[in-house]
Design a protein around this ligand. Structure first.
Ligand SMILES: Nc1nc2c(ncn2[C@@H]2O[C@H](COP(=O)(O)OP(=O)(O)OP(=O)(O)O)[C@@H](O)[C@H]2O)c(=O)[nH]1
Length: 315
């Protein structure tokens, strides 16, 4: 399990090294506080948290010397405080067979990969999983999902290129219900250049499924690519207008210096962050753990980090 935390830490190291210049031992005067605030905002944490951290320092430590570790710890604590309420693991509902999950997000954020990784994870946990290749506009997305399905021996409902996604979702839901499948994961197309068409596509999938099960979908996961930084905020806004987003998955944290965006998202939308992606392999999709993430983001203090891992992640 060393693997996951080190991957997360490695992934976040770009974000934490970006914050690195903040952590120098110095006297906290106005200039230092201003510089610190700029750095926090540049790290995508969002203005609200930056302001709180600065005010905290101003009221408690103004004019005094602070060490890099004190800054780190204060920052990590504040970040963990913001993240804790949204760090909610994704749990398939035991009383739904299937628990229907609609996976949405713009092209290329990692929807298909996330579904593949979830399929692997939950089938390894002993749950039955079925996939619907609802991104019928991109042939490669269908093939990609089929490959993930084969790897995990999970059935994939797919049609021809350009097939009706709502029809596939309906077929998937019907079959998954007959087979008492635990989890039905539905991939969707994500082009945003035509918001109206996208809204219609998602609304139709939901409407058609509800003819079979009026409670479906039970979750709508919005996948966001961390490398897009502030753009992710805009994507949440847009998708919430289209559909009832119930939770977030944030991918590509391994390749990004923008891990701070998760903090800004938590602060602004308070939507559950269920999972984070730190690589392309199946095991690189992990539950989101607030303290671990906060620690990875500010860097340093690996003792605390490894204690957290021992306590919270048992694999
Ligand atoms: N480094 C890294 N790459 C990732 C991660 N998640 C997904 N990817 C890669 O991102 C690329 C796009 O992922 P897809 O799953 O195809 O994205 P999508 O949202 O389904 O895209 P469309 O099918 O075009 O809508 C692929 O090359 C994935 O391997 C991650 O956590 N880290």
């Amino acid at each position: 399990m060393a693997g996951f935390f080190s991957r997360l830490k490695q992934g976040l190291s770009r974000s934490s090294s970006k914050l690195g210049s903040v952590f120098t031992h110095r006297k906290l005067d106005d200039a230092a506080l201003e510089e610190l605030e700029d750095e926090l905002i540049a790290a995508d944490l969002g203005p609200a948290i930056a302001e709180r951290v600065i005010e905290n320092f101003r009221s408690t430590r103004f004019g005094k010397d602070v060490t890099s570790n004190e800054i780190r710890e204060t920052l990590a604590a504040e970040i963990a405080r913001v993240l804790a309420p949204v760090a909610i693991p994704f749990e398939p509902m035991a009383d739904k067979k299937p628990h229907v999950v609609l996976v949405v997000g713009v092209n290329g954020v990692g929807k298909t990969t996330t579904i593949g990784k979830m399929a692997r994870h939950y089938s390894e946990e002993g749950k039955s999983v079925m996939l619907v290749a609802g991104d019928t506009f991109r042939a490669a997305a269908v093939e990609q999902l089929q490959v993930w399905g084969e790897r995990s021996s999970v059935p994939v409902i797919a049609g021809k290129h350009g097939a009706d996604a709502a029809g596939l979702a309906y077929d998937g839901l019907k079959r998954a219900t007959e087979e008492k499948t635990d989890l039905l994961l539905i991939d969707t197309a994500g082009r945003l250049h035509n918001k109206g068409a996208l809204m219609e596509e998602l609304a139709k999938i939901i409407r058609v499924m509800q003819k079979f099960d009026p409670t479906a979908p039970h979750s709508v996961l919005l996948v966001l690519d961390a490398t897009t930084g502030q753009n992710a905020i805009e994507q949440v806004r847009v998708f919430r207008e289209l559909v009832n987003v119930t939770g977030l998955v944030v991918t590509k944290l391994d390749g990004s210096a923008r891990g701070g965006i998760v903090v800004a998202l938590a602060e602004q939308f308070k939507l559950p962050v269920h999972l984070v992606g730190v690589g392309e392999q199946a095991e690189d999709l992990r539950p989101f753990i607030a303290q671990e993430y906060a620690q990875g983001l500010v860097g340093g203090n690996t003792d605390l980090a490894s204690r957290l891992v021992e306590n919270q992640v048992s694999e």
